[in-house]
Design a protein around this ligand. Structure first.
Ligand code: NDP
Length: 290
């Protein structure tokens, strides 16, 4: 739709935002703009660096301007809670918001689409999730969002392994009893050996980001059957962790799928429409090649 038509006859183009600090290096705007173009949707997306002490003012301003929604990135995923009006179950349970949507009554709802994006990628490869055990490394923001969705999807069991075990224990305690999923923690002392067939292994720490040689301290036994190893790190796409897993016979899932899917879910929240995941994946690949 061209701008002149929208201005003279309506509907006015919808505006979306990304707020974080820093935001340079965040390719979401490009991914969203390519998706909107492909959908012939009159959306405009802006990337805004906000100072922490201006977060409330920024969100009140965005709401006053009826800005249709947006994304929240570090360090504000928890800090936005007091300034939003309602929350989805995913946002509440993960204690983090990465997606905001303007409601018909003018209020802002916070959602977390990170874990949902991951689960969608996983479901494309694994059909019997309710029978699977999951070992997940990490207990930060990405890990929490993923564990919430694994629990809501009622996987059989989740074992949390984190460098700082107390964080894993707090996360396990918070989600205990939400569904029938069994949640426990394990100490991470020395090299963690992956040796069980049928396991889903999730690398949800920040190790390996922008570093193709770094890998968490894990070893995969050779000849693993029906194991799927997933990494949340999206740059590089093929991480040292995924390479190690593949060499041992595991199937792998990269973090780019999760990143794309959370974007697709954001557009669905905002517009009710489906975006083309392939268009968005190509946009990210192009951005990361710079
Ligand atoms: P956080 O800072 O919240 O958490 C970092 C986690 O990594 C913690 O569990 C931390 O352990 C662990 N960690 C850090 N360094 C080490 C190390 N040397 N050895 C072992 N564990 C370590 O970060 P996020 O959860 O927000 O982000 C994690 C990763 O996920 C990042 O790479 C981010 O880019 C990616 N991400 C990907 C998304 C996607 O869509 N694909 C979406 C969101 C994030 P400890 O608790 O002991 O400090």
């Amino acid at each position: 739709m061209d701008t002149l038509h929208a201005l003279m006859k309506g509907p006015l183009p919808s505006l979306f935002f990304c707020i974080g600090n820093p935001v340079v290096g965040n390719p979401t705007q490009y991914m969203m703009e390519e998706a909107f173009l492909d959908m012939d949707f009159p959306g405009q997306y802006i990337t805004c660096e906000v100072e922490s002490d201006q977060l409330q003012t920024a969100l009140e301003g965005l709401k006053a301007l009826h800005v249709a929604g947006g994304n929240v990135t570090a360090p504000f995923k928890q800090q936005v809670f007091p300034y939003l009006d309602s929350f989805t179950e995913s946002a509440r349970l993960s204690n983090a918001v990465n997606c905001i949507t303007l409601q018909s009554d003018g209020t802002y709802q916070g959602d977390n689409t990170d874990g949902k994006g991951f689960l969608q990628s996983l479901k494309e490869q694994v059909s019997n999730l309710r029978e699977r055990r999951v070992v997940l490394f990490g207990s930060g923001g990405a890990a929490s969002a993923i564990v919430v969705e694994l629990v809501l999807a009622e996987v059989k069991e989740v074992v949390l392994v984190n460098r700082t075990r107390e964080k894993a224990e707090a996360l396990a305690e918070r989600l205990q009893g939400v569904t029938n999923t069994k949640i426990s923690t394990q100490a991470w002392e020395g090299t963690y050996q992956i040796e069980e067939d049928g396991l889903v292994v999730v690398q949800a720490t920040s190790v390996g980001l922008f570093d193709e040689n770094s890998c968490i301290d894990v070893a995969f036994s050779q000849g693993l059957r029906d194991v799927i190893a997933c990494d949340v790190v999206f740059n590089p796409t093929d991480t040292a962790f995924l390479k190690r897993a593949r060499q041992a016979g595991a199937a792998t899932l990269d973090g780019l799928g999760m990143l794309v899917n959370q974007g697709v879910l954001g557009i669905e929240n905002w517009t009710g429409r489906d975006a083309d995941a392939e268009v968005m994946r190509s946009a990210l690949a192009e951005a990361f090649s710079l």
